[in-house]
Design a protein around this ligand. Structure first.
Ligand code: SF4
Length: 304
């Protein structure tokens, strides 16, 4: 904890004052095997061809640590499907801690039991309440994730919704679901980003701004929305300066990107990842955003 408390100000000083571009987080894709075929996902997101070997992941983690990253998020495909011989995803959390990462998180579609996870924090993708979620991810998927969320017992479990043209009416209902469900700590919202082949799900700019205003209003009403108001506000401004280098990406084919693949696809101006807004606000020391970020990083006693 002390190391983390000292490292973060040092990282900020080096980034903001010295102008270094050192990642703080690594998003590491461990497999492209997936148990769903979601409408917003590009085909290679579930190609089901690669389980990254443990030794490769170890090298990638080590390199990321040397570059500066201290937080890792394991993603897929569906990362809970990852395996290499007898090794399972929990071995990767143990490995990350051994190598010096402060925390490891899991991003899952919630279709499999994850109650034994050693992740410090869990993100379950929930794209609207009930039938809205099922319209994006398939019949029965909401009921399954709801059962797994309730059974998980994880103290740092949040849901994440990407708002698109199919589930847009369900924003308030999802916020209510997060508030009423004792197994959920908070809800984070993103807007659909028009990756190739998924453009038709994108909200118009007016709809997007209306959703962001609705989220700000819900937050003020006391709903447990993780996005900060400064972070939501900046997402209404097209072309705001992006600081996406804070998180680097290591793809399932081993390719390394200094920021998310959206840049490669040229979708940054229409980006819906609210993390872009949160990063903007964090680096400008917006108190509410800093507080939200700190809450995310507080130890829960659940990880390793
Ligand atoms: S602006 Fe959005 S799409 Fe572009 S790199 Fe940042 S997070 Fe990715």
């Amino acid at each position: 904890m002390l190391g983390q408390a000292l490292y973060l100000p040092w990282w900020y000083y080096r980034s903001r004052i010295c102008g270094e571009r050192r990642p703080l987080q690594t998003v590491l894709f461990v497999t492209d095997y997936c148990n769903l075929r979601c409408k917003h996902c590009m085909a290679d997101g579930h190609a089901c061809g690669t389980m990254k070997p443990y030794d490769q992941i170890r090298r990638e983690l080590l390199d990321a640590w040397h570059e500066g990253a201290r937080f890792v998020d394991f993603e897929g495909g569906e990362p809970t499907l990852w395996r290499d011989g007898n090794r399972r995803l929990n071995d990767l959390y143990r490995l990350a801690k051994q190598l010096g990462f402060y925390s490891g998180t899991l991003t899952t579609n919630g279709q499999r039991d994850f109650s034994d996870t050693l992740a410090d924090a869990v993100w379950v993708s929930v794209d609207g309440y009930g039938a809205y979620h099922d319209a994006v991810r398939g019949a029965g998927t909401f009921a399954r994730l709801d059962a797994n969320i309730r059974a998980s017992g994880h103290p740092a479990l949040s849901v994440a919704m990407a708002v698109n043209r199919l589930n847009r009416p369900s924003v308030r209902a999802l916020a209510e679901y997060a508030r009423e469900n004792p197994a959920i700590r908070s809800a984070a919202f993103n807007l659909h980003t028009p990756f190739p082949g998924t453009e038709d799900l994108t909200l118009s700019w007016e709809e997007r701004c209306a959703v962001l205003d609705e989220l700000i209003a819900l937050k003020r009403e006391g709903y447990p929305i993780m996005n900060s108001v400064p972070g939501l506000r900046i997402m209404k401004r097209r072309g705001f300066p992006k600081d996406c280098w804070v998180a680097n990406y290591i793809l399932v084919d081993g390719k390394r990107l200094s920021q998310c693949p959206g840049r490669v696809f040229g979708v940054c101006d229409d980006c819906g990842f609210c993390m872009a807004g949160e990063m903007y606000a964090v680096l400008r020391l917006k108190p509410e955003t800093l507080l939200a970020g700190l809450k995310l990083r507080l130890p829960t006693g659940r990880g390793i």
